[in-house]
Design a protein around this ligand. Structure first.
Ligand code: PLP
Length: 437
C-alpha cells in the first residue's frame, strides 16, 4: 500500500502491491462465482460477519476488491463497492438508507437517466424525490423534513456544466443530519467531493474511469465521515435491528471495522438482494482504465479548454458553455473552488442556425463519434435536441439547458490540431448551409 497523496501514483499502486496468491503484478481476473470455505466453522463465521473473506462474487470478489481499494484511496474515502452500472450506483446508494415513505432532495441539474430513476421509478417504490434548483443552496434546507434521508447532486452536470456548490449544501445537510451523495462521474481526479464535505460519492465508471468505451460499471464510495449514529432517528435502517440480518444493528456491529457501516450494509443487504454486481472481467477493464486516468484527465481538460476557446472565437457559435466561461460570476467561482487542475472534458455550444445547423454539424463530423456517451478517450459529440432530449417539449428542453442549436462535446485525447480541424470543417459545413438556406 503506497503512502502517496498523488492521484497518478495511487491509481497505479493503492491496494495490494501484487496478487497474494501468485505474486502477479497486474491484477488477475478472478472469474469465479464462489470461494471454498476451509471448514464449517469458517463458513459460519463468514456468514455471521465474525471473519471477513470472499464468499460469493455477487457480494465480493478479489478483482473487484482491487478496484475498490484504488478508487477508495483516490477519493480519500473509507471503503467502496463496485456495482453493475452508474445507474445501479445511484439507485443502491439511495435505497441503502431510504424506505417507502422517505424522501431525498435532489438537484434539478441531473443526467437524464438519474432524472427518470428519481421522478418515475423511485416514485413507484414510494420514495419521493424533491427537486430543487442548485443555484440557491438554501433550497435544499427548505425542501427537507424529518423523513429526508439524503441530498443528491452531480459535481459537473451536463448540459449546463454549472459546478455544484458542494461545501455549501454539505454544510446545510450536516447541520440537519442529512448526508450529501455526489455523482462525480464527469470530474474524477479534478474534484474530490469528500474534501468538501460530501458523505458518499458515486460514479458511472463507464465514463472517464474506464475511459475506453468497453464496459458498463459503477461504484459507491463511503467517505467514512458521516456520523450515522448521531442521527439515529433519521437512519433507522442503520441504527435499528435489521430483520433481514437476524436483528443486528449495523452501526454497532460494524464499529470495530471502522466508520463503514453504510457501505457494509449496502454490500450485505441491498447488493445481496438486488444483485447489481460488476463482473470481475469488467473490474479488470476498469483497473486498466484507472491506471492512466490522471494522465488522460490532464489531456481531456487541456484539449477541452482549447476547444472552448476556439469555439468562443467562431462566428457560427452564439454561446460556449464551459466551466470558467459562464455568464454568472458565482458559477465561475464554484468552478475555481471545486475543480482543480482543469475544468473537465465536456464542452457545450450553441449554433446560430438552431436545430437544422446542429444536425448538419453532427453529420459533418469525421473524427468525433456521434454517440450517447461521455468520457471516452476518443472525442464524442451529440445534438441533444434531436436525440437524448427529443422526448421533451422545447420549453422542457430549455429548462434543462438544451436549446435547438445546442451541441455537446466530450473532448478526447487526440492531438488538439486534429480535434480543431474536425470541428472547423463541420462548423463550416453547418454554417455555410445555414447561410445558403
Ligand atoms: N451519472 C452520470 C453523470 C452519467 O453521465 C451517466 C451516464 O451517462 C450515469 C450516471 C449512468 O451511468 P451508466 O450508463 O453507467 O449506468
Amino acid at each position: 500500500m503506497t503512502s502517496s497523496k498523488h492521484a497518478a501514483t495511487l491509481a497505479l499502486h493503492a491496494g495490494p502491491r501484487s496478487d497474494s496468491a501468485t505474486g502477479a503484478v497486474a491484477v488477475p481476473i478472478y472469474q469465479t462465482t464462489s470461494f471454498q470455505f476451509r471448514d464449517t466453522e469458517h463458513a459460519a463465521n463468514l456468514f455471521a460477519l465474525k471473519e471477513v473473506a470472499h464468499i460469493y462474487s455477487r457480494i465480493t470478489n478479489p478483482t473487484n476488491e482491487a478496484l475498490e481499494l484504488r478508487l477508495t484511496a483516490l477519493e480519500g474515502g473509507a471503503m467502496a463497492m463496485t456495482v453493475s452500472s452508474g445507474q445501479a450506483a445511484s439507485a443502491l446508494a439511495i435505497q441503502n438508507i431510504c424506505h417507502a415513505g422517505d424522501n431525498i432532495v435532489s438537484s434539478t441539474d441531473l443526467y437524464g437517466g438519474s432524472w427518470n430513476l428519481f421522478a418515475h421509478t423511485f416514485q413507484t417504490m414510494g420514495i419521493e424525490v424533491r427537486f430543487v434548483d442548485p443555484t440557491d443552496p438554501e433550497a435544499f434546507r427548505r425542501a427537507s423534513d424529518a423523513r429526508t434521508r439524503a441530498y443528491y447532486a452531480e459535481t459537473l452536470p451536463n448540459p449546463k456544466l454549472a459546478v455544484f456548490p458542494i461545501a455549501e449544501v454539505a454544510r446545510i445537510g450536516r447541520s440537519l443530519g442529512i448526508p450529501l451523495i455526489m455523482d462525480n462521474t464527469a470530474a474524477p481526479i479534478i474534484c474530490r467531493p469528500f474534501d468538501h464535505g460530501a458523505a458518499i460519492v458515486v460514479y458511472s465508471t463507464t465514463k472517464y474511469i474506464g475511459g475506453h468505451g468497453t464496459s458498463i460499471g459503477g461504484v459507491i464510495i463511503d467517505g467514512g465521515n458521516f456520523d450515522w449514529e448521531a442521527h439515529a432517528e433519521r437512519f433507522p435502517m442503520l441504527n435499528q435491528p435489521d430483520p433481514s440480518y437476524h436483528g443486528l444493528v449495523w452501526t454497532e456491529v460494524v464499529k470495530p471495522l471502522g466508520p463503514i457501516a453504510y457501505l457494509i450494509k449496502a454490500r450485505t443487504t441491498v447488493q445481496r438482494d438486488i444483485g447489481a454486481c460488476m463482473s470481475p472481467f469488467s473490474a479488470f477493464q476498469f483497473i486498466q482504465g484507472l491506471e492512466t486516468l490522471a494522465l488522460r484527465m490532464r489531456e481531456h481538460c487541456r484539449n477541452a479548454q482549447s476547444v472552448a476557446e476556439y469555439l468562443s472565437r467562431h462566428d457560427a457559435v452564439t454561446r460556449v458553455i464551459y466551466p470558467g466561461m459562464h455568464k454568472s460570476k458565482e458559477i465561475d467561482r464554484r468552478a475555481s473552488v471545486y475543480l482543480n487542475g482543469g475544468r473537465g472534458g465536456l464542452v457545450g455550444f450553441e449554433l446560430a442556425g438552431g436545430m437544422a445547423a446542429g444536425r448538419r454539424f453532427i453529420d459533418a463530423l469525421k473524427l468525433f463519434y456521434h454517440v450517447a456517451n461521455i468520457g471516452d478517450a476518443r472525442s464524442l459529440a451529440i445534438h441533444p435536441a434531436s436525440t437524448t432530449h427529443s422526448q421533451l417539449s422545447e420549453d422542457e428542453q430549455r429548462a434543462t439547458g438544451v436549446t435547438p442549436g445546442y451541441v455537446r462535446l466530450s473532448v478526447g485525447i487526440e492531438h488538439i490540431d486534429d480535434i480543431i480541424a474536425d470541428l472547423d470543417q463541420a462548423l463550416e459545413q453547418a454554417d455555410g448551409l445555414s447561410r445558403a438556406a
